[in-house]
Design a protein around this ligand. Structure first.
Ligand SMILES: [Mn+2]
Length: 415
């Protein structure tokens, strides 16, 4: 893993402009209340390049006359703070995890950076403008927004460029090691869904299912959720990001789950739609089969060279033709009444992973396939989402183990 991390750093450095300083912030905690912060989320680009998952950290690449230098800033040892908020990373540990030799303290970041800038006559500052670590941090001093202000006030001659595109290009191609992390996240997600299938019954509440899922996921080394679980029954499922699962689950309705487990920052993103009473009605079956067949059809198309845009067109066409046959719509354009989101996004460290989504797919991309139909007047919302790896000559569905055929689901619910 260390070897792979150093390779990533080298690939990233290779594409940086000459006479530049690149700064990538790990981010800091975001304040929630007087004495509490929101759960910390490491900046994914910082984590990708360093493997370090600690707040108030900064990664710096210096490229001068084609020679490069890498610096990593971490928090200083602080006995009192460690008594309050936990053990901090030691210099030696930071070196071992990241493969970066030069470890400095974030408290000296400004002074060190000033020295570096002054050692150039002309220098470009490369920043990751799309990083979420830019906003609302408790430590302004180690956030992009705070820091760029400082630089602009103190150095009038600096040129700034955005290097987020370089990071997208790197992160879009997953290594064997990353694919394995995603596979495990998907497997853990399946354990949660299997538990749900056993407990799902009319008159229970949506939040009971969401809580059960969270519990099963946490049993794996206190793993996090990829995102807040969507557990939307009946008409609620027509709201794509249904936020508060509070409703009682009614006999005869469906429930749509969109959920996933995190595994060491890698995400699963899965959707399944189950009959609350254990059996799909004839009407539900008809709609379900359209979405399921569309899901399978799109997965069968995936191969290097195709674009996500093309997959979206295919999915719309596929479902529109079926709905015309059923008499629900009369022309192809009307599909947007019942299908109003995208078929796919890249998946990795982030659920909607950074990407240049207009580029043709290539080997090593991991994307979702998530057709859905949302028919308010029938109180039906169905989404079936799998996670798919693009291979040399086609694709591999990474979530094949998660039941999606009608019979399979009904059998699991009986058991
Ligand atoms: Mn998704």
């Amino acid at each position: 893993m260390l070897k792979e991390r150093i390779e990533r750093q080298n690939k990233f450095i290779a594409d940086l402009p000459n006479n530049s300083i690149t700064i990538i912030f790990g981010g800091s905690e975001i304040r929630k209340s007087a004495d509490e912060a929101f759960e910390f989320q490491i900046d994914y680009n910082f984590f990708y390049l360093t493997g370090i998952n600690q707040a108030d950290t900064v990664l710096v690449f210096v490229k001068k006359e084609s020679k490069t230098k890498t610096l990593l800033f971490i928090q200083k040892f602080d006995e009192l703070k460690e008594k309050w908020t936990g053990i901090r990373l030691k210099v030696e540990e930071a070196r071992e995890i990241s493969g970066i030799e030069e470890i400095l303290f974030v408290e000296d970041f400004s002074d060190e950076l000033t020295k570096l800038i002054n050692s150039f006559t002309n220098v470009t500052i490369c920043l990751d403008y799309e990083s979420a670590a830019n906003y609302g941090n408790m430590n302004e001093f180690v956030s992009l927004s705070g820091y760029q202000k400082f630089l602009k006030e103190n150095f009038s001659h600096l040129k700034f460029i955005d290097i987020s595109q370089n990071l997208k290009l790197l992160r879009m191609i997953k290594s064997a090691h990353e694919i394995e992390k995603i596979r495990q996240a998907i497997h853990n997600t399946n354990l949660g869904l299997q538990a749900i299938l056993k407990q799902l019954k009319p008159n229970k509440y949506e939040y009971e299912m969401a809580a059960l899922f969270k519990y099963i996921i946490a049993l794996n080394n206190n793993a996090k959720l990829s995102f807040n679980t969507i557990a939307a029954s009946g008409i609620n499922a027509t709201i794509l990001h249904y936020p508060h699962p509070m409703s009682k689950m009614n006999d005869g309705d469906l429930i749509l789950f969109d959920l996933g487990s995190d595994n060491d920052e890698y995400k699963a993103d899965i959707s399944r739609t189950y009959p609350i009473n254990g059996k799909y009605s004839e009407e539900q079956k008809k709609i379900y089969e359209i979405v399921l067949n569309c899901n399978k059809y799109i997965i069968s198309l995936i191969k290097p060279g195709l674009t996500i845009k093309k997959l979206q067109e295919e999915a719309k066409m596929f479902m529109a033709k079926e709905l015309i046959k059923m008499g629900l719509i009369s022309d192809l354009e009307e599909i947007s009444k019942y299908y109003y989101h995208n078929i796919s996004h890249h998946l990795g460290l982030d659920t909607h992973d950074i990407s240049l989504r207009e580029l043709p797919l290539t080997k090593g991309n991991v994307i979702t396939v998530e057709p859905g139909l949302y028919i308010k007047e029938l109180k039906i919302g169905i989404r079936i989402e799998d996670d798919v790896l693009v291979t040399e000559d086609g694709s591999e569905c990474l979530s094949l183990e998660i039941a999606k055929d009608i019979e399979e689901i009904e059998t699991l619910m009986k058991g």
